[in-house]
Ligand binder design. Structure first.
Ligand code: HEM
Ligand SMILES: Cc1cc2nc3c(=O)[nH]c(=O)nc-3n(C[C@H](O)[C@H](O)[C@H](O)COP(=O)(O)O)c2cc1C
Length: 473
């Protein structure tokens, strides 16, 4: 069937919420009803109905996302005249999100250098979104600083000619215990987004945790991995049953090793950097309606994320998918216990990198709390952790306290500014640092790591544990 040709004039006649068309990379779609379920919020869709939304769409989405998400019956036709577009085929290799030239990778020797490069080079919008956190960023900063307050207690005169960083999780062996923390809108760092991330992580002997709110579709990301390579999927449970069913059907078809269901964001925190940026842009556009609103992110969250998620829904998810479920966003020992009670295979300790409740305790402290109060859980479930991990020594400390997988969020965004090369480069830095830390502490393989290699006074002073547990750490 050949596509019907549609003029810009005909397109402009469909700009009502109940009769809405939009052109995306020359294809005209019927997007009636889509504004209400767009995970990026309704405003952007309503602004572009009856028009060509290609530039806005391409700034955060892969060209294939629309065709994979809309039904073929929604495809009305194609524009009769080409309009300026920025599809994968047209774009050059430069990263359009950068305001300034990036320093060469040879100038980067640790992950802090990558962050500095990002602050100097990314455009203002991307930097505000990626680096930001809730309110005063107390939790974001404490996630990092607590790693510095836990000291190593190296053991000496042990044979450490080589250090084995391999780890087995759910039956699969990875070269390193290091993974990405799933994060939305990675295209804000690089046009290849999760595709480059998946390839870079797989080439580094690790794998990707695919986010629900990715820039590319889940199918496209899985296709980027070597055939049969294991991967994980992070799930936001949508409040819309049909949207959730569609996501789950895709996930069950693609068979990740586990689903990490995110539970720590039933409402959006006040992302102050985002709000400042949006208000500034609104002022420049003289759009007074936006200067008083919560950020676009916050307004769109309710569309994509179910604020009524319950433990019974997580249990239902386990039955519906028949896949191992990990609960992402565990912030205290009681919830770790609850996850185990309902049959989860694992927990993922996280406070969303300080983007959920500000002043929530840092994640390393949560891990110590679980170890003190319910140490048996660390044997019965696999534990992932993220938040503030920036060094190989941080990875080792988390493993000493019982984590199996250690994840990093923002650093992979910053690495992605360099595409797949950057991801592999960051992984190599972390692996080298981990190997060195292991050798300097007398640890030949990760299974030898234990809490006795740490001075945990800084944790003991803060863990909420009750006196009877004091002797265990
Ligand atoms: C085809 C189906 C679509 C899907 C599955 C989809 C999905 C998403 C997702 C997951 C986000 C990120 C939400 C977040 O983390 O904040 C997002 C944001 C966004 N989407 Fe879409 N989208 C679609 C169509 C469109 C279209 C047609 C446009 C064209 C105008 C568009 C423009 C945007 C923009 C500009 C943002 C960023 C909003 C912000 O500033 O936070 N999207 N979308
Ligand atoms: C820009 C950004 C977007 C994020 N998006 C998601 C998401 O879509 N789903 C999710 O479960 N966590 C998301 N997170 C939280 C991360 O998975 C992770 O918990 C956090 O980034 C870890 O902290 P770190 O950045 O200090 O490493 C996001 C974090 C950032 C910084």
């Amino acid at each position: 069937m050949t596509d019907r040709k549609i003029s810009l004039e005909e397109l402009s006649q469909h700009q009502e919420a109940e009769d809405a068309w939009m052109a995306i990379n020359s294809v005209v779609w019927n997007v009636t009803g889509f504004a209400g379920i767009h995970p990026g919020g309704p405003d952007i869709i309503l602004e572009y109905i009856g028009r060509d939304g290609s530039d806005q769409y391409n700034s955060v989405h892969s060209s294939g996302l629309a065709a994979r998400n809309f039904e073929t019956s929604q495809r009305i036709g194609v524009l009769d005249a080409p309009t300026k577009s920025n599809t994968d085929a047209d774009r050059d290799n430069r990263n359009p999100k950068l305001d300034r030239e990036l320093p060469g990778l040879d100038e980067i020797i640790n992950l802090h250098d990558l962050e500095d490069a990002a602050e100097k080079s990314l455009n203002e919008r991307s930097w505000a979104y990626l680096s930001g956190a809730t309110d005063g960023s107390i939790t974001k900063n404490r996630n990092c600083s607590i790693f510095e307050e836990v000291y190593l207690r190296p053991r000496v005169a042990r044979p450490v000619g080589s250090a084995d960083t391999r780890v087995k999780i759910l039956g699969d062996e990875y070269d390193v215990p290091i993974f990405n923390a799933p994060a939305s809108l990675m295209m804000l760092a690089h046009p290849d987004a999760e595709i480059a991330l998946a390839k870079g992580l797989a080439a580094s002997g690790s794998t990707i945790v695919i986010p629900t709110l990715a820039s590319y579709s889940t199918d496209e990301i899985v296709e980027a991995l070597p055939k049969g390579h294991p991967f994980f999927f992070q799930l936001y449970t949508s409040p819309d049953k049909s949207v959730l069913d569609k996501i789950i059907d895709t996930v069950v078809r693609l068979q990740p090793r586990a689903i990490f269901v995110t539970v720590d964001l039933p409402d959006f925190g006040k992302r102050e950097a985002n709000e400042r940026y949006e208000r500034k842009v609104a002022k420049q556009k003289k759009d007074s309606s936006k200067t008083k609103q919560k950020s676009n992110q916050a307004r769109s969250a309710g569309v994509a994320i179910d604020s009524d998620l319950s433990w019974s829904k997580i249990q239902w998810l386990r039955e519906r998918t028949n896949l191992p479920i990990f609960v992402k966003g565990i912030q205290c020992a009681e919830d770790a216990l609850q996850a185990w009670k309902i049959g989860c295979q694992g927990i993922y300790i996280s406070n969303h990198g300080g983007r959920a409740a500000d002043t929530a305790q840092p994640t390393l402290l949560t891990l110590a709390e679980i170890r003190l109060r319910y140490p048996e859980l660390l044997e019965q479930m696999d534990v992932f952790i993220d938040g503030g991990v920036r060094r190989g020594t941080d990875v080792l400390k988390a493993i000493c306290l019982g984590a199996k997988g250690v994840c990093l969020g923002r650093p992979f965004f910053y690495a992605l500014m360099y595409g797949q090369d950057g991801v592999q480069y960051a992984m190599q830095i972390l692996k080298d640092e981990l190997v060195t830390a292991m050798k300097l502490c007398g640890v030949a393989r990760l299974s030898e790591a234990h809490p006795g290699l740490l001075n945990t006074r800084a944790l003991l002073n803060q863990v909420d544990y009750g006196t009877e547990f004091r002797s265990k750490l």
